[in-house]
Ligand binder design. Structure first.
Ligand code: FAD
Length: 556
């Protein structure tokens, strides 16, 4: 029997690679540091948004999208500007082509269907800049667990036939490289003590033994660095997002997203690029019901909330909710504080507050049509949003503005932030509200709201009817302290279009492949500086597939 292919990491990218290999009857061993309950990694927790271009769902909703438009959007967002971007650029082009020609068919053949097409990263207000010109965030019916199931099922079936083996609680600490050929031939590491922790809960790192496994090829699919705040801080690009590394974050991924394999691969001779490119959010909440350490939940905001920095000044155009994640992050960092304020009301929160994560969207995750209809046509916030309003430490809900600002000042104190004056806050809200006298306005956020309502799906379910925040009919008033939330790595192991890892001199590292977040979702940074969203699951699928196909060809 030939040596198996070893896949390090049983997340989405690993499962997609394993699915392709199993189709060709190639023996695979999936090695993962977590227990079986965690199979699938981050994808289980995801909202299941997948980037597709000119899909049948978009056409059904009247969205005119095209390869050319998506390519423009991608490259205008990525702003590739380094020598190291040679492979990332090739990946970007290949990914947009795949998202246009094959993604929809590939995932639908795997059993995935879409509930809706949302408009994420609406952009920086210009045709030549960052952002999606049209809605492209294809929300999977069943969210992350349904994405996972599509690839977990074939892998488990292959396991029943002996084509796939799992080695859970096996933590890889080293790649074994043949000295004479320079090829990757195996992995070495520690067996962690058994753990029955539930999915997502941080598990023990006590070791009970060592192991060595040899394989024909090694595929690294170990995820990014978002669960390792020290590593995020170490890689923080102060030159771009400075002037200081932010002090505090909430954490948007489980603890196993620890980034260790990146250093391990680098030590073995792999090239790591674009480590300073990351994708962290600016609308993070402390989870009142945490699963993993410092667990944060990202708010997926509609466009209407007033966004103030910690000093009480409104964020400038075009830093509006849901528009330009990294430009907003940069602006927040420039204030010297690591939190901001959303000011809104009951009407806005009911229509516009979504929370990212499968467990925060039980209606879509459980494929409840009734639940979805309730969300779209109902007039109150979703159950999980209501729970945050009640228990979340970042929420202030009050009927008068003076009580609201008093509550905000209590929360600001916890972070050594400035105390706000109620009259200053009232002035900012009034300036906004006065722009709602007419159907038209000079205010870019008001234009954004009107524009969003031209997309019927948004008008129906996602954007509140324009109104004044201080109008008591829409109360109570709500203030939300928004924290910085770690999530994704945009850089990583450099790979060619076959997902073959490259060495610093640009030559292929024999028998070593990488896919998913550890490879910057392909090439070591397919997104460049910025993402269009839905491109992470999509990136795991595309790069995991590329690795699986190439390795199968190699050993077949
Ligand atoms: C709440 C949430 C919402 C999201 N929503 C979306 C969305 O809607 N759309 C989108 O595109 N993306 C979304 N994402 C991002 C996306 O889910 C992830 O980027 C993607 O799933 C990463 O998959 P992966 O296979 O690369 O890595 P992971 O899922 O991180 O899996 C890596 C696996 O490798 C294992 N591992 C790591 N190191 C070792 C080692 N040394 N030895 C052995 N095993 C190891 C880990 O235990 C883990 O199981 C979301 C993420 C989260 C957390």
């Amino acid at each position: 029997m030939t040596a198996p292919v070893i896949i390090v990491g049983g997340g989405l990218a690993g499962l997609v690679a394993a699915t392709e290999l199993a189709k060709k009857q190639v023996h695979v061993v999936i090695v993962d540091q977590e227990n079986e309950a965690n199979l699938g990694g981050q994808a289980f927790w995801s909202l299941g948004g997948i980037f597709c271009v000119n899909s049948s769902n978009q056409r059904f909703l009247g969205i005119k999208d095209s390869r050319e438009l998506a390519m423009q959007d991608w490259f205008n967002s990525a702003r590739f500007d380094r020598e190291d971007d040679f492979w990332p650029k090739k990946w970007a082009e290949a990914f947009v082509n795949f998202a246009t020609d094959h993604m929809e068919t590939y995932v639908k053949n795997a059993g995935i269907s879409f509930a809706n097409v949302g408009w994420a990263e609406r952009g920086d207000g210009s045709a030549t800049g960052h952002g999606n010109s049209v809605p492209r965030f294809h929300l999977t019916w069943g969210t992350g667990p349904a994405v996972l199931e599509a690839f977990e099922k074939p892998v488990r079936e292959a396991a029943k036939k002996g084509i796939v083996d799992f080695k859970f609680r096996h933590r890889v600490d080293e790649l074994i490289v043949d000295e004479s050929t320079g090829a990757a031939i195996g992995v070495r590491g520690h067996i962690l003590e058994p753990s029955d922790t539930a999915r997502g809960v941080a598990s023990s790192r006590e070791t009970i033994d060592t192991f060595e496994l040899y394989g024909s090829n090694i595929v690294i699919t170990s995820g990014g660095i978002g669960g390792n705040v020290d590593m995020v801080k170490k890689n923080w690009p102060v030159d771009r997002l400075g002037p200081h590394v932010p002090k505090s974050f909430v954490v948007g991924v489980p603890a196993h997203v620890d980034g260790r394999m990146i250093d391990i691969a680098q030590e073995a001779g792999a090239n790591v690029i674009n480590s300073d490119r990351m994708w962290h959010y600016t609308e993070g909440l402390h989870n009142w019901n945490s699963i993993w350490p410092q667990h944060g939940i990202r708010v997926l905001p509609g466009p209407s909330s007033l966004w103030l920095d910690a000093t009480g000044s409104r964020l400038p155009a075009f830093l509006f909710p849901g528009c330009d994640t990294l430009a907003t992050l940069k602006h927040i960092c420039s204030t010297g504080y690591d939190y901001t304020w959303f000011i809104l009301d009951q009407t806005i929160i009911s229509r516009e507050f979504g929370l990212s994560g499968s467990e925060q969207n039980p209606d879509v995750t459980n494929k409840s049509i009734l639940g979805m209809l309730w969300r779209i046509f109902g007039s109150s916030p979703t159950g999980p949003v209501q729970a945050f309003m009640k228990h979340g430490e970042d929420f202030v809900v009050e009927s008068s503005l003076s009580d609201l600002v008093a509550g905000m000042n209590r929360l600001a104190k916890e972070r050594d932030g400035p105390q706000l004056d109620v009259e200053d806050v009232r002035r900012e809200i009034n300036l906004r509200d006065m722009q709602f006298e007419n159907q038209y306005s000079k205010d870019a956020q008001v234009m954004l709201i009107q524009n969003a309502r031209n997309y019927p799906t948004e008008k129906r379910g996602r954007v509140a009817k324009p109104h004044k925040i201080l109008d008591p009919k829409h109360g109570p008033l709500i203030a939300v302290r928004m924290n910085l939330l770690t999530r994704k790595s945009l850089g990583g192991l450099q790979t060619d279009l076959d997902s073959n890892v490259l060495r610093p001199d640009g030559t292929p590292f024999p028998n070593l492949y990488a896919a998913g977040e550890v490879a910057g979702f392909g090439g070591g940074g397919v997104h460049g500086y910025s993402s269009l969203e839905g491109t992470f699951l999509g990136g795991c699928i595309f790069s995991g597939r590329a690795a699986g196909l190439k390795v199968a060809e190699q050993v077949g």
